[in-house]
Design a binder for this molecule. Structure first.
Ligand SMILES: NC(=O)c1ccc[n+]([C@@H]2O[C@H](COP(=O)([O-])OP(=O)(O)OC[C@H]3O[C@@H](n4cnc5c(N)ncnc54)[C@H](O)[C@@H]3O)[C@@H](O)[C@H]2O)c1
Length: 425
């Protein structure tokens, strides 16, 4: 058994014992639990990711529910010898990397919620677990179901925040904000020049969206409303609401004497790549989208195009991208995600035509506090025997600070398997 780990205790006399494997943003989630008779124990250990033994120690003999964390690297196991890194041994918030025979190796990537932990939770009288994340790659849902444990996640609060970051990357790349910032800080500015950091005007250009789901559609609207861009998109499904929005918005612009904006659904992804000036990637990651952007697809894009990725790293063949960036200095890219996070492919960081940020697309205060609230309410709802919320993407009623949340579990992924009923609210 691992040595005892540090915890912070709230409402020690609470009837239900709930454990959070990490401190989470905001305080509302704490209040919601303690107001409903929960004794809350928050693990304050400085470790990035807790081991199974650590979590077993936290669960102990009596535990009603746990809030856990999913790491965002998405790589189950990795020998990282071939990657560029700026690494210290452990970056805050990142997986532990160790030197192994001259090679960097990622050892612990995520909390491992499988047979061992769910059986222990069940033995301790627990029936509720929630990740503070939409994803649940770290959870063996079958094992949870076998032990009667509900598995919660936190959708519905990421869309606008993630889309805004994609818009920020688009602007930063178009107007060379990062390059110009570095130039300024280096003390190189000695007066206005007609050619200094000339970039692209977005107004009237075409924005291309690949994957017009929740985030892709929100991003498209921002670029259309904000910069009056025309839209071309590719998705397996028709984005009817987005199309209607652009049509209506175009008519409104015309009615006030401004230029129309238009939309087009492309028959192939290549049409988007050929036509668009700014291309933002928002598909899910699966076999069909792995390396969607590769040497061939890059070669058909405009030489001065801007490519943005805030979806998942492996959607881009990053090595091919580095070559393309080297050969085309006016081609620019904005990246939130990387093929083998937390590493970057050699050469990427050295390219001036890149804007690179460390997977912060969902990092707004509102979203992160919302995720904490939803995770806490998943656990609380299951402990109290509340039904499932009918639409996990429509979670606004749970987030209103000025009212009590609905008596339902916001999002339980194995609710059906556990035979839980759905709320009529
Ligand atoms: N960077 C971050 O922090 C962050 C945060 C949230 C979500 N994401 C990622 O953003 C992406 C989009 O999330 P979402 O909530 O909008 O998902 P969504 O399911 O609402 O939308 C995804 C869209 O991609 C489309 N699609 C699937 N395969 C495709 C293909 N081969 N070509 C084109 N389109 C295809 C789907 O039809 C769907 O419309 C996901 O990859 C998600 O993991 C990243």
């Amino acid at each position: 058994m691992a040595k005892p780990i540090s915890i912070q205790i709230w409402n020690p006399r609470g009837k239900y014992r709930v454990v959070s494997t990490k401190p989470m943003p905001g305080s509302r989630w704490i209040r919601l639990l303690t107001d409903h008779d929960c004794r809350l124990e928050i693990c304050t250990e400085k470790k990035t990711i807790l081991s199974v033994d650590d979590i077993l120690a936290l669960i102990g003999d009596k535990c009603d529910g746990v809030i856990g964390q999913e790491s965002k690297t998405g790589l189950p196991f990795l020998f990282a010898n071939s990657f560029h890194h700026h690494s210290t041994h452990q970056l805050p918030g990142d997986p532990l990397s160790i030197m192994d025979g001259g090679r960097w190796r990622l050892t612990v990537l995520t909390e491992d919620w499988g047979e061992t932990l769910f059986s222990a939770l069940s033995r301790a009288g627990g029936s509720a677990f929630s990740n503070m994340a939409v994803g649940f790659n770290n959870v063996d849902v079958k094992a949870a179901t076998k032990y009667g444990v509900a598995v919660g996640n936190t959708p519905g609060v990421l869309t606008e925040t993630t889309a805004e970051l994609a818009a920020a990357l688009s602007l930063a790349a178009a107007r060379r904000v990062v390059e110009a910032d570095m130039f300024m800080r280096a003390g190189l500015y000695d007066g206005w020049l007609p050619h200094l950091f000339v970039g692209n005007l977005l107004k009237g250009q075409t924005v291309g969206v690949i994957g017009a789901g929740r985030i892709g559609s929100a991003y498209a609207r921002m670029m259309i409303e904000g910069f009056k861009m025309n839209l071309i998109y590719y998705d397996l499904y028709q984005a009817t609401r987005l199309e209607k929005f652009v049509t209506d918005y175009g008519q409104f612009l015309q009615s006030i004497g401004e230029q129309l904006v238009t939309w087009k659904r492309a028959a192939t992804m290549h049409d988007v790549l050929r036509e668009a000036d700014v291309i933002s990637l928002h598909p899910i990651l699966d076999k069909t989208t792995h390396h969607l952007i590769n040497k061939d697809s890059l070669s058909i894009m405009k030489k001065e195009a801007i490519l943005v990725n805030a979806s998942r790293g492996p959607v881009i063949d990053e090595a091919a991208l580095v070559e393309h960036l080297k050969a085309n200095p006016m081609f620019r890219v904005g990246l939130d995600v990387f093929e083998e996070e937390p590493f970057m492919k050699p050469g990427l960081a050295e390219q001036k035509n890149t804007v690179i940020v460390p997977h912060i697309a969902s990092a707004s205060k509102w979203t992160r506090e919302g995720m904490a609230t939803l995770a806490a309410l998943n656990v609380l709802g299951k402990i109290k025997g509340y039904p499932l919320w009918s639409d996990p993407n429509r979670v606004a009623p749970f987030l209103d600070e000025n009212s009590q949340p609905p008596t339902a579990c916001p999002s339980i992924v194995n609710g059906k398997q556990l035979g839980l009923t759905t709320s009529k609210l």
